[in-house]
Design a protein around this ligand. Structure first.
Ligand SMILES: C[S@@+](CC[C@H](N)C(=O)[O-])C[C@H]1O[C@@H](n2cnc3c(N)ncnc32)[C@H](O)[C@@H]1O
Length: 242
């Protein structure tokens, strides 16, 4: 009986310790926390992603700036613009505001759920106008002329409006068709040593299937690094590597 009691408490304590320790390093990073407080907390809810994903985006931007990885930033699936805001704030901190930030979103409908089926509160939460996204992104102070808003389904807007070279590609449109379309057109434009982030890999089967299918057609093997249960990140290998 005593052994069972110890076992039960051991399990509970471990759960608390895990929860505490898993984020303790992120919570100690003061610069990150300062930027994150502007986009990801309950009060400043501009992103649907987790603190872990925001941290990995923050580190990825630092990596491309410190490593002089050539190219622009692209996000497909922007919602209120929180991830893009974090990228812009990190670029400002790194004094690299010459890079263009391309933001593409179809507006309003989300997750492939027919909009008419949602409750009023959900509709209000999910619907974001282009004006609202612009207001949020411009609040970062990033040069307006370097932010390009591309409104419409990615299947229609890509590859018409895309940069020549991409340093960081963040894909967050949830579904198979859009994710495959984005990888098909934008991965070849991503600089070798550039960063690719798939936000929904673990959350939406379609996102995972599209990523796996695209990568299986690509001779270069990559390590999909796990950020949390959903997000995966990799660095594009140089062309000489098979
Ligand atoms: C999960 S939200 C993006 C979250 C956001 N990146 C963040 O940091 O919180 C998904 C977004 O993808 C957009 N989207 C979904 N399918 C799309 C498509 N085919 N073309 C363009 N945008 C799409 C939706 O309008 C929605 O704003």
């Amino acid at each position: 009986m005593f052994k069972n009691f110890i076992r039960r408490w051991d399990g509970r304590l471990r759960k608390y310790a895990d929860r505490y320790l898993n984020r303790s390093d992120l919570e100690k990073d003061k610069e990150f926390q300062n930027l994150y407080s502007k986009v990801g907390t309950r009060k400043s809810k501009y992103t649907l992603t987790s603190m872990e994903r925001c941290y990995s985006l923050y580190k990825a931007i630092q990596y491309i700036t410190k490593g002089d990885i050539l190219g622009d930033i692209v996000e497909c699936g922007v919602w209120r613009g929180g991830s893009a805001m974090l990228a812009a704030l990190t670029l400002i901190k790194s004094q690299q505001t010459h890079r263009k930030i391309y933001l593409t979103d179809k507006d309003i409908d989300i997750h492939g759920v027919p909009y008419r089926l949602l409750w009023k509160k959900e509709k209000e939460f999910l619907s974001v106008s282009l004006d609202e996204v612009k207001k949020n992104i411009f609040s970062t102070g990033y040069p307006k002329e370097n932010i390009i808003f591309v409104k419409g389904m990615v299947q229609d807007t890509i590859p018409n409006t895309v940069p020549k070279q991409i340093a960081l590609l963040r894909l967050d449109t949830d579904l198979y068709e859009s994710t495959y379309h984005e990888l098909f057109h934008l991965y070849p434009k991503t600089t070798s040593q550039g960063v690719i982030i798939i936000d929904d890999y673990g959350h939406f089967q379609g996102s995972q299937e599209a990523t796996e299918k695209y990568l299986s057609q690509n001779p270069q093997k990559v390590l999909l690094h796990r950020i949390d249960y959903s997000c995966r990140v990799w660095i594009k290998p140089s062309p000489t590597l098979k």
